[in-house]
Design a binder for this molecule. Sequence first.
Ligand SMILES: CC(=O)[C@@H](O)[C@H](O)COP(=O)(O)O
Length: 257
Amino acid sequence: MLKIADKTFHSRLFSGTGKFANPSLMTDAILASGTELVTMAMKRVDLNRADDDILRPLIDAGVNLLPNTSGAGTAEEAVFAAKLAREALGTHWIKLEIHPDPKYLLPDPIETLKAAEELVKDGFVVLPYIHADPVLCKRLEQVGCQAVMPLGAPIGSNKGLKTRDFLEIIIEQANVPVIVDAGIGAPSHAAEAMELGADAVLVNTAIAVSPNPVAMAEAFKQAVRAGRMAYEAGLGGVSHAAVASSPLTAFLDEPVC
Ligand SMILES: CC(=O)[C@@H](O)[C@H](O)COP(=O)(O)O
């Protein structure tokens, strides 16, 4: 089980709520994914309407909400959005997303660190979305973030783990859960992140834009489980040269890696 701050999760797949064709497809996919934590952009929900068509089905489905500050371009805007979310939704969890550049949606590391520090001091459980920068991850951990969310590739790009080498360093060094977020475009990418030792992945676009989001959500669920199981079992070593699969001895006390 995965523990982040005061919550434990059976599922290591977190999902998003954007880009679905309609609310019922979103809910069906979320239920099929088995996710227990879904993120939603504060800019997309109407907090004044109890029947908001994104918020209502999520509350009814009983999943934990992770409001995100997407749309904020500065620390000040993000802190404002986080406080609004806490007030309106009664959760002190926040996915901190600050991306001033609309083309690549890459997170601003300086504003993110600044906002994280302020939000942690104010009692928030802060999960920052960041580039796969091991030094920044450490700094965020030091200011009290309860997890880090390094990107695999730009949001919505479906490109997979373009930052793989840096994700490996982050996972090796982290003392808080590492959630690989953004750009995961196929179940195989999610499995790859889990095999590397990520604690969880967050997937939105790949599920939402599939012609069959419910089946895709189920595929991601299985891939995340398989990847985690492989990580826990331990992968064999990689070798440049061939290593015979049928050595001339019966059984080996120590497996050949
Ligand atoms: C929904 C959300 O929080 C996104 O900002 C997140 O990063 C997901 O990225 P993908 O849409 O690429 O899965």
